[in-house]
Design a protein around this ligand. Structure first.
Ligand code: ATP
Ligand code: MG
Length: 383
């Protein structure tokens, strides 16, 4: 009898012919998530088993599994031979010592000599006769002992199903470049895209020395928290300080934010193309701030050819905050450091900037050389 963690996967089974591909990526992702902890991963039909693991770190393994996209549910359980005595020995360890219970059997191996009902009845009967103070309640038991008969003469016995994150395994749905600020929204946007299987690369703009080292550290911390889900362990940073100074010096103040955002998108597109990313991802949500009006979004889209995905476009702030709390980024996101967008912030940013006015103002800047200069400030942080 051996302790195992049983992992059932979600949605992957929908993928027909591509199933092998999805499964390979899924198990790679599990490997990555468990890096640094001793374990083995085995596949049995429709499930993965984590075996031979460092038992002192069971909780940590369970926590890490809870953050892997594509996991439908998981259970800590026992792997045994599938004869009745072995199943009973395992069931004894999984069952509570008192209270109401039932045994529920799933027969993955259809050649097994007993039916599911017979197995449940026999194991349940033996548990009742054993020295515990148990009572059977098949309708609303306080505990269920699950028996899953597998192929190859084995059985899995466990007591709980923990709900996983669902979604698709990351890196099955292309690569995107997330514009990550230190705020609440963008980490959540990255999480949402990763949930659909996207590999989410990270890009942050800073305006050092107007923004400080702590502001950057905050983004690194957010990136690390996000990497539990995205499995991406690298952040690119680019300075937009000079761009902001030039905009501030030369252009209409109410367009500061609009113009800066257009620069961000231009730079992001070039980095995306270099990294093989097929889209940009932002944490924008319609109407949330002055730059997130339809006109604002359109004016940033106008400078790039890559699609810009905005998974939070229809979300209320409360919805976004709830996800940020669930995924553990909220606390860090609300630390009070300046973001580059708050430097040189005008009193009255343009809410519905006209494209013709924007383009007129941009003529006052040497766009190409500012973009090139910013790109040359590029740094890559690995964590
Ligand atoms: P967030 O909470 O994600 O900071 P926000 O509501 O503060 O969003 P803005 O500051 O207008 O909104 O930013 C909108 C989006 O632009 C962000 O979600 C993010 O994708 C991108 N963005 C903003 N600032 C930066 C930055 N310094 N570096 C990279 N991307 C940024
Ligand atoms: Mg922000």
């Amino acid at each position: 009898m051996e302790k195992v963690i049983i992992i059932r996967y979600a949605e992957i089974h929908l993928k027909g012919k591509n199933r092998g591909y999805f499964e390979r990526i899924f198990s790679n992702n599990l490997e990555k998530a468990l890096k640094g902890i001793r374990h083995e991963i085995h596949r049995t039909s429709g499930r993965y088993l984590i075996a031979d693991f460092d038992e002192e770190r069971t909780d940590e393994i369970m926590l890490r599994v809870s953050k892997v996209f594509g996991v439908h549910s998981y259970s800590l359980g026992l792997l045994t031979e599938n004869d009745e005595d072995s199943i009973f020995e395992a069931a004894k360890r999984v069952a509570p010592q008192s209270g109401t219970f039932k045994v529920e059997t799933h027969r993955g191996d259809k050649h097994y000599p007993l039916t599911s009902m017979e197995i449940s009845a026999r194991i349940g009967g033996r548990l009742l006769a054993y020295d515990y103070e148990l009572k059977v309640d098949v309708h609303t038991p306080a505990h269920t002992v699950y028996v899953d008969i597998r192929e190859g003469g084995r059985a899995l016995i466990f007591g709980t199903f923990v709900d996983g994150l669902h979604g698709m395994p990351v890196s099955t749905a292309g690569r995107g470049l997330l514009l990550i600020s230190g705020g609440i929204d963008s980490p959540v946007a990255g999480y949402m895209m990763a949930k659909r299987g996207m590999t989410v690369e990270l890009l942050h703009f800073h305006s050092y020395p107007y923004t400080n080292e702590a502001a950057k550290e905050k983004v690194v911390t957010l990136s690390k928290l996000l990497s539990d889900y995205t499995l991406v362990t690298k952040l690119t940073t680019v300075s937009v300080t000079h761009i902001q100074e030039e905009i501030h010096k030369n252009c209409a103040a109410e367009l500061n934010v609009t113009l800066l955002r257009r620069f961000m998108f231009r730079i992001a597109e070039r980095i995306a193309l270099r990294e093989g990313a097929g889209c940009l991802v932002t944490g924008e949500s319609l109407g949330q701030v002055a730059s997130q009006t339809l006109e604002g979004l359109t004016s940033s889209n106008a400078v790039v050819r890559l699609p810009v995905l905005r998974p939070l476009i229809g979300f209320d702030k409360e919805d976004i905050v709830a996800i940020a709390k669930k995924i553990g980024t909220f606390e860090t996101s609300t630390l009070p450091y300046e973001d580059c967008c708050t430097v040189f912030l005008p009193d009255f940013p343009a809410i519905r900037p006209k494209l013709s006015f924007i383009e007129e103002e941009e003529k006052k800047l040497d766009i190409e050389s500012l973009v090139e200069e910013a790109l040359s400030s590029r740094e890559v942080i690995r964590f």
